[in-house]
Design a protein around this ligand. Sequence first.
Ligand SMILES: [Ca+2]
Length: 213
Amino acid sequence: MSALGTTSILAVLLVFGFVSGGLIDLGQDALDAAKYPLITGFYRIEMHVDRLDTQGKSHTGLSCDPIGGCDPKIKAFIDTETPNRDFGGDSVPYDNYIVLYEGNDSEKVVPIGKTISRDICGKGVRKVAMRVRAMDKDTVNDDKIDNYKCFITGENAPAASADTAEWSAEIACPGEDRPTSKVFLKYRWYAIPESTCRPSSNGKGLFSGLLSR
Ligand SMILES: [Ca+2]
């Protein structure tokens, strides 16, 4: 293929990539701006993931494996930057998630019991996405169990300090493909001194939205 042809295809991909993901997300961002107050300052978010009910199935609704239970690898990310974007490179590359659990031949309800945290250091947020991704490990190709996303919003304002921060009620967060599969989690968030804030990013590369869905 000529260099010109390659360039044209790349240009089309870039435009399509922006329009297909971008406009819908921007629309939701605008709705959020009207609905949720902007939280500005220095905050720590803690997300506790208690368990995942896979029902023994992958996202297709079929059993993870012909014999025995799923072999889940479960990871999570607190997304303070792109809560409305799709899973994958549009928001947070999966490699940047924190692994919470790995096991073989699991029960349908997988016990996790892990807490992760992330800081907001001076940037304003209206909405934070608690993202969880579960895969079933296989010899050849890993299969998706599901992606799960639930939100924290400025409607539930952060506590003044860690001492006074209370956990939310437990949230049964449904799978995107199979809502009857749920991850059970809770969160709290609270103001922290600026000196203890640990800035971080989603780690989204320039082209990651196109290349790693
Ligand atoms: Ca498996």
